[in-house]
Design a protein. Structure first.
Length: 194
């Protein structure tokens, strides 16, 4: 019985949070749709700043139906994944961020583009004790060596997930991208919109 009350309380909190989010969403986006420029403004990202490319990649991953807008349902589903999703779901979402053309594979150019975006926001250290850094190409080479198990120059979702789960360094690198919760929270703190 106590567990049921706790669940109901948690659901009520979640519903209240969702209702508050909806009010703010509609206030900012009266059409019910969030466009890329609004998404950036929503999170306080400058149009051409270091976080701009990263925000664009996140926007594309949030936009489930590919219509270049995010409706409230897509927004809530994405935030739920960001804050509450398990590792495999976050890795699947991260893969979609990397797979810019949506063909189900990540090639060297897509990987380089995303790593470059992330790299501009945060430097990727060769190891946790060194002040030296890997170049974007070194990171891409290391990721491909770790996950492209069939050597075809592309990474499937299965290779991506398996590789990340088996290689702590790779998982750490992907956390810069697959765990956007910190980025979202940092951007929310910078922006008074949400």
């Amino acid at each position: 019985m106590g567990q049921t009350q706790q669940t109901e309380s948690t659901e009520q909190i979640d519903i209240k949070i969702i209702q508050d989010m909806y009010k703010k969403f509609i206030l900012e986006c009266p059409s019910g749709l969030l466009f890329l420029h609004e998404f950036k403004r929503f999170f306080g990202v400058e149009a051409t700043g270091e976080a701009s490319d990263y925000a664009e990649n996140m926007f594309r991953a949030f936009d489930k139906n590919g219509d270049n807008t995010i409706d409230f349902l897509e927004f809530v589903a994405a935030l739920n994944l960001v804050f509450r999703g398990d590792l495999e779901h976050k890795l699947r979402w991260s893969f979609k961020v990397y797979d810019k053309d949506g063909n189900g594979y990540v090639d060297r150019n897509e990987l380089r583009s995303i790593i470059d975006s992330i790299y501009r926001v945060k430097k990727i250290s060769k190891d946790n004790t060194s002040d030296s850094y890997l170049t974007v190409d070194e990171v891409v080479d290391r990721i491909l060596a770790a996950v492209d198990t069939d050597g075809d120059g592309t990474v499937s979702m299965e290779e991506f997930i398996r590789g990340a789960q088996q290689d702590p360094w790779l998982l750490n690198i992907l956390k810069l991208d697959m765990n956007p919760a910190r980025w979202v929270m940092d951007q929310r703190r910078k922006s008074a919109h949400f």
